[in-house]
Write a protein that binds this ligand. Structure first.
Ligand code: DC
Length: 235
């Protein structure tokens, strides 16, 4: 278990970015739990929008229709004992948004500038009162450039595919090779897009987690927060 922090009297925001499958969401959830903070999975928001578009037959090329539809959606991220629940207009889609179909299409919708602005506005609102651990691709660079602690988490593509495989193997019959191909393709699209590409913020700490356990990574981030709190209390 990750140790609790005693040095964070005033709440801060924590930004965790990095490529697909680096383990960001697991780590972010553990950090949020250790600090009694709120976890916000921004990837789940892009996935929820993608799920709606695929279900409604709206292609990413039809940007106007995507925006019009997205503007009227209510996306809720609800913490629960079994992890975060995702609701769209009151319907739970937690499992549906992790499907291979959504995973393979989400980067195409996430490139749409207007959709990103909409998501960024919502994400900033969620972090206004501080005490948020937010993970995604552009949190440290765009969504919360003033986050007190910023981490860029990565691991090599084979290791990331292995981690995703362990997560998915009981519920889908996807192969490790397919996952590695998907992850490499998503890296390419996420890093290559014009608007808010996946990029390490200049003031983010790089954590290469290829050789680290998930607990070690979470502990390292909680330590950074503790250090930040100590520095701040020294004034
Ligand atoms: O973290 P994830 O794999 O669930 O994210 C799904 C997709 O959403 C990912 O391919 C890129 C996109 N995304 C994004 O563009 N910006 C974010 N802040 C979070 C996710």
């Amino acid at each position: 278990m990750v140790s609790q922090s005693r040095h964070l009297n005033e709440k801060i925001n924590i930004a965790i970015d990095g490529p697909a499958g680096a383990g960001k969401s697991t780590v972010a959830r553990m950090v949020a739990k250790a600090l009694s903070y709120v976890y916000v999975d921004t990837g789940a928001m892009y996935r929820a929008v993608t799920w709606v578009m695929l279900k409604s037959g709206i292609s990413p090329e039809d940007e106007q229709q995507v925006l019009q539809t997205a503007q009227n959606l209510v996306i809720d991220l609800i913490p629960s004992e079994e992890g975060q629940k995702v609701l769209v207009d009151g319907k739970e889609v937690t499992r549906e948004i992790r499907s291979l179909e959504v995973s393979s299409q989400v980067s195409r919708y996430a490139q749409i500038e207007g959709l990103r602005s909409l998501m960024v506005t919502l994400q900033r609102q969620m972090a206004l009162r501080k005490g948020v651990v937010m993970d995604g691709r552009d949190i440290g660079t765009t969504v919360l450039p003033d986050a007190e602690v910023k981490v860029f988490m990565t691991a090599d593509a084979a290791e990331r595919a292995r981690r995703r495989y362990l997560e998915l193997k009981d519920t889908t019959n996807v192969s490790l090779e397919q996952l590695e191909r998907d992850i490499t393709e998503r890296d390419r699209l996420d890093a290559g897009r014009e608007i808010s590409p996946l990029r390490q913020a200049d003031d983010a700490t790089l954590l290469d987690t290829t050789q680290m356990s998930i607990e070690e990574v979470a502990e390292a981030i909680v330590s950074m927060c503790r250090l930040y709190g100590m520095e701040r209390s020294k004034g």
